[in-house]
Design a protein around this ligand. Structure first.
Ligand SMILES: *Cc1c(COP(=O)(O)O)cnc(C)c1O
Length: 467
């Protein structure tokens, strides 16, 4: 999600110097509830509490940075998808956040799970997700990964190229397996935050083009394969999407493709997967729809297109990742330095350096993603100052939050909590600058437990086996 930035920024009394979308909060101590795990609050001492766990205490026990995942929040969002989309399969997109515990939560809440690699398959299975409930994605699945998926009995494989179809057939022939497949197609819809852009041709690595004709060819190819059971079409149009318009176009084009397939073969495809990408609130201006509203819109769009093409309603699935685990997670950092940088025109900017950065959340550096933050260990009556929260890495672009209002008295040792950090933060983490990755801790009724432990310098040293 990307808002337009206006260069420059500033002190609270010149708040207009910040990006136009960023409002000066009326009360800096108040938590904007749509950004935080459900039930997050401040206690009498002003400390932020998530799932009954007091963040300064979590920081004390587990160190910083640390990701805290509210188990109840995760489960309630998973359940909301199950209940709002009755009869649909909900595949949780494991790449957003996957640990054995998370796989178990997803399994217990009746979700299926999407995986893309051997590593994700192994973690999902180890967490107790049955292989039959896995969907195997990816544009370059290896022979080893495919063989493993077939041996385990992975429920469906989403094929992404003709090379892969051939590879999968060889693996089936070698191992005496059959495979359920969906064909991933590109619909020409590229969804962005507040709009969609219909790309004339899908100049990207995923899927097979509907407009170019490869999608239909691939469907027919899979249909006629002696090893593959073709289940249907798969479409994933993007991420952090708030509008249903892009989905509407995608549904129309996939249904049209399904009707062309019927014309070519006389067969109706039994399944349709519409992917993920449902947006969440990272800042006060983001406005995700309730899951039930989303579901109603999807039902209507699907019914409409089924009627239009005279197709029976297929068995449907969606693949939310971020919308389930994103809001459940909070990252907690400790402030190390505070620096005021003088800018032109007598303006200045406050740089707050924390003990993590682009190694534990690459999204701001990767695609200018925005976040919010709050002082987690106390409240403050100081005036709001437009601040920039930065990491400790050797990159000027190591920015966690480009523009955020924080109290003017933020100081060394304070804790900064960043909501919306459950998705694509730990899962995209790196060891840049040889920083060990932070732990992921689950919280429930005030009790925390480590899902992923903190990496240690010993872990890093053990990898370095050279002389
Ligand atoms: C990433 C991805 C998802 C999940 O996207 P979110 O934005 O996290 O909901 C779903 N399906 C596919 C194929 C993906 O690549």
């Amino acid at each position: 999600m990307t808002h337009m930035h206006i260069a420059g920024s500033i002190h609270a009394d010149a708040a207009q110097g910040g990006p136009t979308w960023l409002q000066v909060p009326e009360d800096l101590n108040e938590l904007d509830l749509k950004l935080w795990p459900r039930g997050a609050r401040r206690d009498e001492q002003g400390r932020i509490v998530v799932a009954g766990a007091t963040l300064p205490e979590v920081a004390e026990e587990h160190g910083t940075p640390v990701y805290v995942i509210d188990e109840g929040d995760f489960r309630s969002r998973a359940r909301e998808f199950k209940e709002s989309f009755p009869g649909w399969e909900i595949y949780y997109a494991g790449k957003a956040l996957l640990t054995r515990t998370v796989a178990r939560w997803a399994a217990e809440e009746g979700l299926n799970l999407d995986v893309t690699t051997m590593g994700e398959m192994r973690i999902a299975l180890a967490g107790g997700m049955p292989a039959a409930r896995l969907g195997f994605h990816g544009n370059n699945k290896s022979e080893e990964e495919i063989a493993f998926a077939l041996e385990q009995g992975v429920g469906r494989i989403i094929v992404d190229s003709f090379d892969e179809i051939a590879r999968l057939e060889r693996a089936c022939a070698d191992g005496g397996h059959r495979a359920n497949v969906l064909v991933r197609v590109t619909t020409g819809v590229e969804a962005h935050t507040h709009e969609y852009i219909a790309t004339a041709h899908e100049d990207q690595k995923f899927g097979l083009s509907i407009m170019g004709g490869q999608a239909l060819t691939a469907l027919v190819r899979c249909h006629s394969s002696q090893y593959l059971d073709l289940r249907g079409i798969h479409s994933h149009i993007g991420s952090q999407i708030f509008e249903t318009l892009g989905f509407e176009v995608a549904i129309r084009r996939t249904m049209k493709l399904a009707s062309q397939f019927r014309t070519a073969t006389g067969v109706e495809l039994p399944e349709l997967d519409l992917g993920g990408g449902f947006g969440i609130a990272y800042t006060g201006v983001d406005t995700p729809q309730p899951t039930s509203t989303l579901a109603a819109a999807f039902e209507e769009m699907v019914d409409h297109e089924c009627r239009a093409f005279g197709l029976a309603r297929p068995h449907l699935s969606i693949e939310p990742g971020r919308a389930i685990c994103g809001p459940s997670g909070v990252a907690v950092y400790r402030v190390g330095t505070v620096k005021t940088v003088e800018l032109e025109g007598g303006r200045s900017r406050v740089y707050i350096s924390v003990d993590g950065g682009m190694s534990d959340n690459i999204r701001p550096a990767l695609y200018a993603a925005e976040y919010s933050a709050a002082l987690a260990n106390r409240t403050s009556d100081a005036e709001p100052v437009l601040s920039r929260v930065v990491g400790k890495h050797c990159e000027g672009g190591d920015i966690l939050i480009r523009d955020v209002f924080l109290p003017a008295d933020v100081t060394i040792g304070d804790l900064i909590a960043v909501p919306g950090s459950g998705a694509y933060a730990r899962s995209m983490a790196s060891n840049y600058n040889q920083i060990p990755k932070p732990p992921v801790v689950s919280a429930r009724d005030g009790v925390t437990s480590v899902m992923l432990r903190r990496e240690t310098l010993d872990d890093l040293m053990r990898l370095d086996v050279g002389q």
